[in-house]
Design a protein around this ligand. Structure first.
Ligand code: FAD
Length: 502
């Protein structure tokens, strides 16, 4: 019997070697790699644009002038070598984040301190405790192979304890715990530290090389792409031309023949593939039914975030272990705040624009002034307008989204003022990224496992299911939850398929 998706209005049917579902950096990199190797591809994308969670945007100021903003992912760190090479290969340039001058630290009691270097101006005791926790985390990172975190010593044990409880086991200094926790909880996974495991936190650090790298904002937030990170996807899509089909969510994926032995006539259950299929990864017959097109191919790359896997209907349904595992990986929640000012006034006060405040509503703020031409401006050098970017994570984000717009804005600006002064209260333009309200993302920055999920199901996440390969930053090893991880994943999926197809 045909499903509703199969019977949708007339659509062209394309025949390709590989259908790629999702035109974010992972899907586009998979398609680009396959096409360069002579394979035929079609990339089918739900949105009317490519780039997924990377998105060059604009905001209008009070005078009606447009300013460039990066609504999604933007920074590159030096360890993200696959992305750096790709940026060069695509002929894109990068620029460094502004970081001259003093940083600001907001203590839990609200007192404001300025400092330089990477040691926060906390008490000696808190500093000793922070160093102890950081060293402990670095030592755990050394025990982990980032390709298989579930195999590290005591993986299940570390996955059974929340990151917050693990920190509490090793320190009784609340300020030290808050400061160490922000780098992974609100700063990266964008979930409260009691909702994910110590193992998941160690993976986040290991994927960046060490926990010390995550703590070092000059490392982790090093460079941006001139013209915006979405330019990487736009350039990749240009190479693919008409093989990228936009505005066309894939609704159904037919991918295997049911296993007759699973049929249960007595209970009227049709045959499926509950016990898996032989030769995972080998080419087969897949058909992707999307709103504007049907694509028949030998393999599929599912390049959507794992929290959206269930948005497709699989025919037959995926094997039981995938169906269960996919329910235990969920998106975080963060608001990315952009405030544009006439000038980067903080620099005149000798401030870098960088600020941290564990436990505060706005826990981090940075100078995000644009450089070079972008799609709002033709600047050759630095944009004379100053831009601040800051982040509001998890439960704070929930509370702020529930406020009336103007109240929300005033609260955020007041928070910024605590870091950088009263001038922050008067932006000429203001914008909040809201990826959680986007149908084809549903959160930010990325997806991670519930407590206990990584050790239980992580080993499945990069294993193909029949002819279906998975590729996304959120199941990456190096570059986990970052554009670099997405690019690596796309390339790995493409190369694995090429080995099987040849
Ligand atoms: P995505 O970018 O999510 O792409 C998936 C694509 O699949 C989307 O285009 C989506 O529309 C499409 N799709 C979904 N369902 C379907 C369907 N059924 N049919 C067809 N298409 C579908 N990373 C960094 O490296 N540096 C940063 O500074 C950084 N900051 C970030 C800030 C924010 C606010 C956010 C949201 C993310 C940030 N990230 C950052 C993370 C980075 O953007 C992601 O890791 C990266 O975009 C993931 O790429 P992807 O291709 O795996 O997934």
């Amino acid at each position: 019997m045909s499903t509703a998706f199969e019977l949708l209005a007339e659509r062209p049917t394309l025949e390709r070697d590989v259908v790629v579902i999702g035109a974010g950096p992972a899907g586009l990199m998979a398609a680009y790699t396959l096409k360069k190797a002579g394979k035929s591809v079609a990339v089918v994308e739900a949105r009317d644009r490519v780039g997924g969670r990377t998105w060059n945007g604009k905001v209008k100021d009070i005078n009606g002038n447009e300013h460039f903003i990066e609504i999604g992912g933007q920074w590159i760190s030096p360890d993200q070598t696959r992305l750096i090479d790709l940026v060069n290969e695509l002929g894109l340039a990068t620029f460094k984040r502004y970081r001259d001058g003093e940083n600001v630290y907001l203590a839990p009691d609200g007192t404001r301190h300025t400092y330089t270097g990477d040691v926060m101006p906390v008490s000696d005791k808190t500093n000793t405790e922070m160093e102890k926790l950081i060293n402990l985390l670095n030592a755990k990172v050394d025990e982990m192979d980032v390709e298989s975190p579930w195999e590290m010593p005591n993986a299940a044990e570390l996955d059974a304890i929340s990151f917050r409880d693990w920190l509490k086991q090793h320190s009784d200094d609340q300020e030290a715990i808050d400061n160490v926790s922000i780098y992974i909880a609100s700063g990266m996974l964008t979930k409260p530290a009691h909702t994910f495991s110590a193992l998941q936190a160690i993976l986040m650090a290991a994927s960046a090389g060490s926990f010390s790298n995550l703590v070092d904002e000059d490392f982790i937030l090093d460079e941006r792409v001139v013209g915006g990170m979405q330019s990487v996807s736009l350039k990749l899509a240009k190479h693919l031309g008409d093989d990228v089909i936009l505005g066309s969510p894939v609704r159904q994926l037919n991918w295997a023949a049911p296993d007759d032995s699973t049929a249960d006539v007595l209970n009227n259950v049709a045959a499926d593939v509950r016990n898996g299929v032989p030769n995972n990864g080998a080419p087969g017959d897949v058909t992707a039914y999307a709103d504007k097109v049907i694509v028949k191919a030998k393999n599929a790359v599912l390049a959507v975030p794992p929290n959206l896997y269930h948005r497709l209907q699989y025919v037959p349904p995926l094997p039981r272990e995938q169906m269960v595992a996919h329910q235990h990986i969920s998106m975080g929640l963060v608001i990315k705040v952009h405030a544009v000012y006439k000038t980067p006034f903080w620099r005149d006060k000798g401030l870098s624009g960088t600020g941290f405040g564990g436990g505060h509503v706005v826990q981090e703020v940075y100078d995000n002034t644009n450089y070079g031409p972008n799609f709002a401006n033709d600047n050759d050098g630095e944009d004379p307008h100053g831009v601040l970017v800051s982040f509001i994570s998890d439960v704070h984000a929930e509370r702020l989204w529930a406020l009336p717009e103007e109240e929300r804005k005033q609260e955020i600006l007041t928070e910024l003022a605590a870091y950088l002064g009263e001038e922050t209260m008067h932006p000429i333009a203001f914008f909040l990224s809201d990826m959680a309200a986007e149908e084809w993302t549903r959160g930010a920055y990325a997806a991670s496992y519930d407590l206990g999920g990584l050790s239980r199901w992580g080993h499945l996440q990069n294993e193909p299911t029949g002819p279906i390969y998975y590729a996304c930053s959120d199941i990456a090893a190096e570059g986990y939850q970052h554009v670099d991880g997405a690019v690596r994943q796309g390339e790995i999926a493409a190369k694995s398929i090429m080995e099987q197809l040849s």
